[in-house]
Design a protein around this ligand. Structure first.
Ligand SMILES: NC(=O)c1ccc[n+]([C@@H]2O[C@H](COP(=O)([O-])OP(=O)(O)OC[C@H]3O[C@@H](n4cnc5c(N)ncnc54)[C@H](OP(=O)(O)O)[C@@H]3O)[C@@H](O)[C@H]2O)c1
Length: 317
């Protein structure tokens, strides 16, 4: 299938590395707002069609799928336009800046009968497939609590997008989306009660801790931040045991322990960078004529966006 990359920064380069594992994926076009950076990216990855206007790309290029890799503040306009031009879209997380924007994108994808998926790469690693089968087996009973963290030290820079509200800054939407989406995956539903606190600077959360109640008495504790490294661990408490997923964002291992029993380690290794699994999944869905992913469904993206909005309502006061 023929793809275009919109945005030529960090994650776009990871995407290009990942597709070296997938012979069917061809990137024919790219958009970048800066001509020099666009040319450097396209020269590096041997991409012929180059656009500094994304609408021109959507109008002129024959590609059928867009990988949307610009910062989230512009995901809505870049994705909406792609959908309106009949392109399928794999959109980096978070899909948009609010519940309303996310819902509007989902509506546009359905109206235009094209595929849309939030690029929650975590869900597509082999060990997560194993985890979901393990949960379905009920070997340890039902999962009741998820405790997950994703925090890294990023030196404060008042001009960088992480720290500017007008550029979509804040750790909950950028990084906290991972542990929240992980809890939603484990429980197979969305939270219905939220309590959050945050360390704020210039209206942007530098560290956020939040508690979530899920249906059927399930709970989650999420910690995220741009200040201070955390282990990036998902601890899942089951009725009859525990499962720990180290590096749960891009995992290859599960450590399982039944109550009172022996610990066991399961590893399903993968080749770096790991984005290839979500890309292959998106291609498979599109080939089969699906308009959304069963693993990262659109209603879940809408629900996660709503939960993040509620966190921000609480921490901004
Ligand atoms: N899945 C993952 O693990 C992962 C990892 C990192 C990021 N992400 C997500 O991917 C997205 C991009 O992150 P990144 O780290 O790749 O960012 P990045 O390195 O800053 O690259 C963003 C690209 O978009 C361009 N851009 C920035 N602002 C723009 C605007 N207003 N209009 C048009 N183009 C604009 C940048 O151009 P300039 O160079 O000219 O600024 C650059 O080409 C974010 O939403 C992020 O949450 C996902």
């Amino acid at each position: 299938m023929n793809w275009a990359v919109v945005g030529v920064g960090n994650i776009a380069n990871v995407f290009m590395k990942a597709i070296q594992h997938i012979p069917d994926v061809k990137v024919l076009a790219a958009y970048g707002r800066n001509r020099e950076k666009l040319d450097a990216f396209c020269d590096k990855w041997n991409i012929k069609e180059r656009y500094t206007d994304y609408e021109q790309l959507y109008k002129q290029s024959s590609v059928s799928v867009i990988y949307l890799a610009t910062p989230h503040i512009v995901h809505f306009e870049h994705t909406m336009s792609a959908l309106e031009h009949g392109k399928h879209v794999l959109c980096e997380k978070p899909m948009a800046m609010s519940f309303e924007e996310t819902e509007a994108l989902v509506y546009a994808a359905r109206k235009n009968k094209v595929f849309l998926m939030e690029a929650m790469w975590t869900r597509f690693f082999p060990i997560n497939k194993w985890l979901m089968e393990f949960i379905r087996s009920e070997e340890f009973g039902k999962p009741v609590n998820v405790n997950a963290d994703f925090s890294f030290e990023y030196p404060y820079d008042k001009d960088y997008r992480f720290f500017r509200r007008d550029l979509g800054g804040g750790c909950m939407r950028s990084a906290g989306i991972y542990p929240l989406a992980y809890a939603c995956m484990v429980f197979g539903c969305l939270p219905d009660e939220i309590k959050a606190i945050a360390q704020m600077k210039n209206e942007v959360d530098l560290r956020t801790a939040a508690l979530f109640r899920f249906p059927k008495d399930c709970t989650a504790e999420i910690y995220t931040g741009f200040q201070g490294e955390s282990q990036c661990m998902a601890n899942i408490a089951f009725e009859k045991g525990t499962v720990v997923i180290p590096e749960f964002i891009h995992p290859d291992t599960a450590i399982i322990k039944p109550c009172g029993g022996e610990e066991k380690r399961i590893s399903l290794l993968y080749e770096e960078p790991g984005l290839q699994f979500e890309i292959e999944h998106a291609e498979d869905c599109i080939r089969m004529g699906k308009k959304e992913s069963p693993i990262m469904p659109l209603n879940e993206s809408i629900g996660i966006a709503r939960a993040i909005d509620l966190v921000y309502e609480q921490v901004r006061g």
